[in-house]
Design a protein around this ligand. Structure first.
Ligand code: NAI
Length: 302
């Protein structure tokens, strides 16, 4: 994407942390900004700051796990700005930590509901409208370095982020033909309010949790995230990736060796190629025939 001037950018989690940084950076670059967030007080504060910076902006209270509310938010964007966004930032996310074997269904439902289904809802809501508009666009989803590897205490969070990375890789294979770029942001640590994510947990999913939410643990997390990357600096990496149409946004080089070690472990686990060369060649021929036939039938179906 070459210019951001007057483009509408819809940013979930836009009232805080990474999302607010994106609102500032893309707003300064000329975008008209919509911040969507579950917390009205945070939205009011963020909107006032954006407008004080001279950024044309609008705020919508939205729980991204609510599909009906998401459709209403999309209608609101169209009535305020005259069309769907060209930039969609799926940035809102929550975390919660504790031993995986103590996790409850409510822990799974909350974290999957926001971090994975919230992303799905955003894309399902806006993508058809973006395609119909015929304009160029870009979708950026915030995953996490946690999505590259399992974790004993952030397991549900990691699973959602792994799913999101994989999903965006698939969209990157399918959306460029519509002029829509795709990026996935994988941060390691952001100076944000995510330590207090529990405050956004809906009451019906808060009653029963196997994870830690005591004040001492939350305070420990606040200290951790206070040393994270400035959200404006992080959003600068995102802007560069959107300009250059890059899929992976990996602004934390200090995590690279760990990722390499993890993927090396996976690569080392492969069976010896000499163990079944003939079978492998047969399977490769079957896959090639399948792909050719699938491409022929897809072309015939239009
Ligand atoms: P943050 O807590 O400062 O911002 C997240 C925002 O999302 C908050 O304003 C919150 O109200 C909103 N939100 C929560 N649930 C929502 C829902 N159901 N509907 C709409 N809005 C909702 O946290 P941060 O760190 O800026 O998080 C942004 C993204 O970055 C998340 O996806 C997170 O998983 C990811 N991330 C954060 C890292 C960190 O170190 N803070 C590291 C890696 C990834």
């Amino acid at each position: 994407m070459e210019t951001f001037k007057d483009k509408v950018a819809f940013i979930t989690g836009g009232a805080s942390g990474a999302g607010f940084g994106q609102a500032q950076v893309f707003g300064q670059a000329g975008c008209r900004i919509v911040i969507a967030d579950i917390r009205q007080d945070a939205l009011d504060e963020a909107l006032a700051k954006l407008r004080a910076e001279g950024i044309e902006s609008h705020a919508i209270r939205l729980d991204i796990s609510d599909r009906q509310a998401y459709a209403a938010a999309a209608d609101e964007v169209e009535s305020v700005f005259g069309g769907p966004p060209q930039l969609l930032f799926n940035t809102a996310g929550v975390n919660s930590f504790g031993p995986l074997e103590k996790a409850t269904y409510e822990d799974f439902d909350w974290i999957f509901g926001v971090n994975l289904h919230g992303v799905v809802n955003g894309i399902q809501t806006f993508l058809p409208r973006m395609i119909d508009s015929g304009r160029d666009g870009h979708i950026v989803t915030t995953a996490s370095m946690a999505g590259f590897e399992g974790s004993p205490t952030a397991a549900i969070y990691s699973a959602t982020k792994a799913a999101v990375i994989n999903l965006m890789e698939s969209y990157a294979l399918t959306l460029p033909k519509y002029g829509i770029g795709v990026s996935v942001l994988c941060p390691a640590s952001i100076r944000s309010n995510i330590a207090d994510a529990q405050q956004t947990r809906p009451a019906h999913l808060a009653a029963n949790s196997g994870f830690r939410s005591d004040e001492a643990f939350i305070e420990l997390q606040r200290r951790l995230y206070s040393g994270g990357m400035d959200p404006v600096v992080l959003a600068g990496h995102v802007k560069q990736a959107v300009e250059n149409e890059e899929l992976y946004i990996l602004p934390f080089p200090e995590t690279k060796d760990g990722v390499r070690a993890h993927f090396d472990t996976i690569l080392d686990a492969f069976a010896d190629p000499d163990s079944d060369r003939e079978g492998a060649e047969q399977r490769a021929r079957a896959f090639a025939a399948y792909r050719a036939e699938a491409a022929r039938t897809a072309a015939a179906a239009g």
